[in-house]
Design a protein around this ligand. Structure first.
Ligand SMILES: [Zn+2]
Length: 345
């Protein structure tokens, strides 16, 4: 794969840096990376990988931008939040304005057992920029199954962690984090906050590690880097393969094989917003059409991806990917009452 004149100029500081050089730059150009999650970590990783000249970048996130995101999610601005733009679409636009020499795909889709394998097909490497353990366990299983490397990254409060996971060579995610936590039992940024530079730093370190991996010099294999910015400490912890690991040894894919067949309701953001996730076979388009024709709901805004409605004191956001947010709400029960009016569940 050749570099054209513009690329040689654009990446000249990479090329004169011995550890990359012209051959390294060509390798980056023919590489393909998926970034799963486009929040604070994904924003930073995506920007650096785009600017470094990774030839193909796949962006995956089903969410839309909200005002409380832009404190740390540096791909987005106030207008994106006002318009509740889909993160994958807003990110693609922003990244394309930074580099027209690469190709960027955007998938505003939910990453679940039905979509996971398809979404990660044909990429060399995955950046884990998700925000919960359940998705990471699923990602791990897909990567072990497809023998695909991924770079784990997480950030909360003032600490973060990362590790490079190469199926068949290093411990897998399940070897390191053996116990599956109860849903809702771990702290989340919604509940305990996050210092905005922590996800940025983790994303940059993942991008660094990704570039090094593609060039054959990654460092965080069988190591977990644990960072506490409160004390500016960086600790490397050796991690070992679990000889009884259900995923990478026994190849039992519990998360990948689970069926999603029920609706999930969760209270977010200090208890004033309810999030409703529908199973992946739910017909959101049909629901949208029914609501648009229902005089009980006043339409505030609509785009191909998002419908914003007013119903009394509630604001309801319906994304075309099976996610509903109800704002100004106090309990799960209240959410069920409203859903009953919308879809009769
Ligand atoms: Zn394992």
């Amino acid at each position: 794969m050749k570099l054209n004149k513009v690329e040689i100029e654009r990446y000249s500081r990479n090329i004169i840096f011995n550890e990359i050089g012209i051959n390294g730059q060509k390798k980056l150009k023919k590489s393909s990376i998926a970034i799963l999650g486009l929040g604070g970590i994904g924003s930073a990783a995506a920007i650096y990988l785009t600017c470094a000249g990774i030839g193909n970048i796949r962006l995956i996130d089903r969410d839309f931008v909200e005002l409380n995101n832009i404190q740390r999610q540096i791909l987005y601005d106030e207008e994106d939040a006002r318009k509740h733009k889909l993160k994958a679409i807003a990110a693609k636009e922003k990244l394309e304005s930074m580099n027209t020499n690469i190709s960027i795909e955007a998938f505003a889709e939910d990453f679940n057992p039905r979509t996971a394998e398809k979404l990660l097909k044909n990429v060399d490497l995955v950046i884990d920029a998700t925000d919960n353990m359940e998705t990471r366990f699923l990602l791990n299983e897909v990567c072990v199954k497809q023998r695909k490397t991924f770079i784990y990254g997480a950030a909360i409060r003032d600490y973060g962690a990362l590790s490079t996971i190469i199926p068949g060579k290093t411990p897998c995610f399940r070897c390191i984090f053996k116990k599956i936590p109860e849903p809702g039992s771990l702290p989340t940024c919604d509940r305990v906050g996050v210092l905005n530079t922590v996800p940025g730093l983790i994303g940059i370190l993942q991008a660094t590690e990704a570039i090094k991996y593609l060039l054959g010099s990654s460092l965080l294999q069988s190591k977990l880097l644990y960072i506490h910015l409160g004390s500016m400490s960086f600790n490397f912890i050796d991690v070992k393969r679990d000889l009884h690991c259900p995923v990478c040894v026994k190849r039992k894919f519990q998360f990948l094989n689970q069926k999603i067949n029920r609706m999930q309701i969760t209270m977010l953001c200090g208890g004033t917003t309810a999030q409703i996730l529908f199973p992946s076979n739910f017909d959101v388009i049909k629901l949208r059409n029914e609501i648009i024709n229902n005089p009980l709901f006043k339409i505030e805004k609509q785009s191909d991806y998002l419908l914003t409605l007013r119903y009394g004191k509630y604001q309801i956001l319906i994304s075309s990917f099976g996610r509903i947010l109800i704002k100004n709400i106090e309990s799960e029960k209240e959410a069920r009452d409203i859903l009953n009016k919308i879809i009769g569940v």
